[in-house]
Design a protein around this ligand. Structure first.
Ligand SMILES: [Mn+2]
Length: 379
């Protein structure tokens, strides 16, 4: 049993390599997206192909998923095969726009399907209708790892396989996918070889002072994951991608120091925002937490929502308020499917999507109050 369309996607990519078509990779800027892009890019290169461009949208500026900004940036590469990883399943309009610009689109995603599918030429998503693959909880990197096995065949040497599994393990942990079945296997195998990883970025990390002292491997890994999950884009490339593809250990160490610093700053910001929220919710008792501020950053609203949701056991909607639009992160406890809940109120939203317990949305500010009321009514 194979994931629906996985073989089809592999064959299409192989054809593109053979015919020297231009290939463009488009990934979410979190660790799952970045690791997926790395595995795919390196697989294509091993097969003698070339990747014309990689693109990661900056959530702070252009929002989540396939963006108009991103497509404007990439249109000079059309006609090309555009492979979108770890996002795209909710990008109906943008997929059509990409087609109009001359891209053929493959979407490889694991986020919840929203009623219909975007108009891409191939969609790989274990959660789509008609997919009989029994395990639905793979991270996108897990799916892409399986794709790389199909692409490379017997060119997948043991050391490469181990290395890709290291990335898959890190991304599966970062995306908080359940540690069971195939994920468990990926995590176990990836962890087993990570100490001997040939990626200088990983070696740099393991040798650095604050981590050297941690003897417990899984603690070390969770620290590494928290650092790699910082969406620090420089010239459009996230820190995780830079670090995991870096060829120089020293350069990586400097990058890690910067990220450690950023993660401290992030912690302070989150703790300040937590106080603000707690002061607010002490005044009003509602079945959901629904709060936004112009001061909060996209970079930490997800973590902030997780903390509030776990502490107060309520579905939590935290958003960064912009001039006309807001962008939010949602967390819910087991038993509440936040994507389905938002689907019921989708007339107020510009974009939404994600996983049942961790998702996001974009909305016009004038609809915020109506959206909130609708959520409470449909809870
Ligand atoms: Mn993901």
């Amino acid at each position: 049993m194979e994931i629906k369309n996985l073989k089809k996607a592999a064959n299409r990519i192989l054809k593109a390599i053979k015919k020297r078509e231009r290939i463009v990779l488009y990934g979410d800027a979190d660790l799952d997206g970045a690791a997926s892009v790395i595995i795919l890019k390196e697989s294509i290169q091993i097969l003698g192909g070339e990747v014309a461009a990689v693109y990661f949208p900056d959530c702070e500026i252009e929002g989540y998923g396939i963006s108009k900004t991103g497509l404007d940036c990439l249109r000079k590469f059309a006609p090309a095969l555009l492979v979108v990883v770890d996002c795209g399943i909710g990008n109906f309009k943008e997929t059509n726009l990409a087609k109009k610009l001359g891209f053929e689109i493959i979407i490889i995603d694991h986020h919840q399907v929203l009623g219909k599918l975007p108009n891409a030429s191939i969609i790989v998503n274990p959660k789509q209708k008609g997919d009989k693959y029994p395990f639905k909880e793979l991270a996108t990197t897990g799916i892409v790892f399986k794709l790389s096995e199909l692409l490379l065949g017997n060119q997948m040497r043991d050391s490469l396989r181990k290395n890709f599994l290291e990335l898959t393990a890190l991304a599966t942990i970062a995306d908080m996918m359940p540690n069971e079945q195939e994920n468990k296997m990926f995590i176990e195998q990836g962890m087993a070889s990570i100490k001997n990883s040939w990626r200088p970025g990983i070696q740099a990390f393991l040798k650095m002072e604050p981590f050297e002292g941690i003897s417990n491997l899984s603690q070390k890994i969770s620290k590494l994951v928290s650092i790699l999950n910082i969406r620090d884009l420089q010239k459009g490339i996230p820190a995780s991608f830079r670090l995991l593809t870096s060829l120089v250990e020293e350069e990586s160490q400097n990058a890690i120091k910067k990220l450690l610093n950023q993660s401290e700053i992030k912690k302070t910001k989150i703790s300040n925002a937590t106080k603000e929220i707690e002061w607010q919710i002490s005044k009003e008792i509602e079945p959901i937490i629904f709060m936004g501020s112009t001061k909060w950053e996209i970079g930490f609203i997800g973590a902030l929502a997780s903390i509030m949701c776990n502490k107060y056991k309520k579905p939590t909607f935290i958003f960064k308020k912009g001039v006309e639009e807001s962008q939010g992160a949602v967390r819910a406890l087991l038993g509440v499917n936040s994507v389905c809940l938002m689907e019921k109120c989708s007339k107020y939203l510009l974009v939404f999507g994600g996983h049942p317990r961790a998702s996001g949305f974009r909305i016009k500010n004038k609809n915020l109050e109506k959206f909130k009321k609708c959520l409470i009514k449909n809870l």
